[in-house]
Design a protein around this ligand. Structure first.
Ligand code: ADE
Length: 256
């Protein structure tokens, strides 16, 4: 899978592609990347890439000409072309999975107040926001998007790690523990030391549910909630211990 990132500050992304799991994926040839400096496509003497906004208003906008040339050189809009912007659709795991099926992704990073709408209309296929807050640069958002996508590419991370993590089944991930079994008087739940895989799976699902109820209850408002999950949810409610349980699993109390 290839990522082509268009930016006025491509050096921000260089470190990201050169470290850790991404570095290994690049070395193994699973991931390719190309960082394109939009300024290289501004042909005037000063390589100007921004200008004032028609109709007035604070800040500058990225000019269409350099962007148009840079995006055309990257193959847009023939390739899936994402513009990362706070006014896009909110990124979620399903979108990341969808994007991970592409052979190639072009990602446009905005600066200033954003980009001329004509570029979005003609060259961009997806406008994506990484959250309901405004960052000072699209580069950070692009790294978040790339990270959510590339790790789903076959071979980058083991399938088991992917299926067990938060959101893979629409719930937040259950709490996890490692050695020692007792640390500063805090004990790992007995069931996790029992070796009983069925009971462990049940405990984990229930803990996932309790955490999801506490932090992200809207995730449970689905009509396709598996029956087993619905039963466990009812069990949690019947036990009347949702809040206490949640306090146990999240390390917080309701008073906090
Ligand atoms: N650029 C600035 N803020 C952003 C956000 N929240 N998502 C995507 N791109 C952005």
């Amino acid at each position: 899978m290839k990522f082509t990132v268009l930016s006025l500050f491509p050096e921000i992304l260089e470190g990201y592609f050169s470290a850790s799991i991404m570095k290994r994926a690049v070395e193994k040839g699973m991931i390719q990347y190309s960082l394109v400096n939009i300024r290289d496509f501004a042909y005037d003497k000063h390589h100007k890439c921004d200008d004032e906004v028609f109709g007035g208003g604070a800040g500058m906008l990225m000019k269409p000409e350099p962007l148009d040339r840079a995006l055309a050189s990257a193959g847009s809009p023939g390739v899936r072309t994402v513009y990362v912007t706070p006014s896009g659709r909110l990124l979620n795991q399903a979108m990341a999975q969808d994007l991970a099926r592409e052979e190639q992704l072009v990602i446009l990073c905005g600066r200033y107040e954003g980009v001329d709408q004509r570029i979005i209309d003609t060259r961009v296929t997806d406008e994506i926001s990484i959250g309901d807050y405004v960052l000072s640069s699209g580069e950070v958002a692009a790294m978040v998007l790339i990270d959510a996508v590339y790790r789903l590419h076959p071979g980058v991370i083991s399938g088991e790690s992917l299926t067990e993590e938060s959101f893979s089944d629409g719930l937040l991930e259950y709490p996890q523990y490692t050695r020692p079994a007792v640390y500063a008087t805090m004990q790992v739940p007995d069931v996790l030391l029992s070796g009983n895989h069925a009971q462990i799976a049940r405990w984990r699902l229930k803990a996932s549910l309790a955490k999801t109820v506490a932090y992200r209850p809207e995730l449970l408002a689905r009509t396709d909630l598996p029956e087993a999950v619905g039963r466990l949810l009812k069990e949690l409610i019947d036990e009347g211990g949702l809040n206490e349980r949640t306090a146990v699993h999240t390390g917080r109390t309701d008073q906090e």
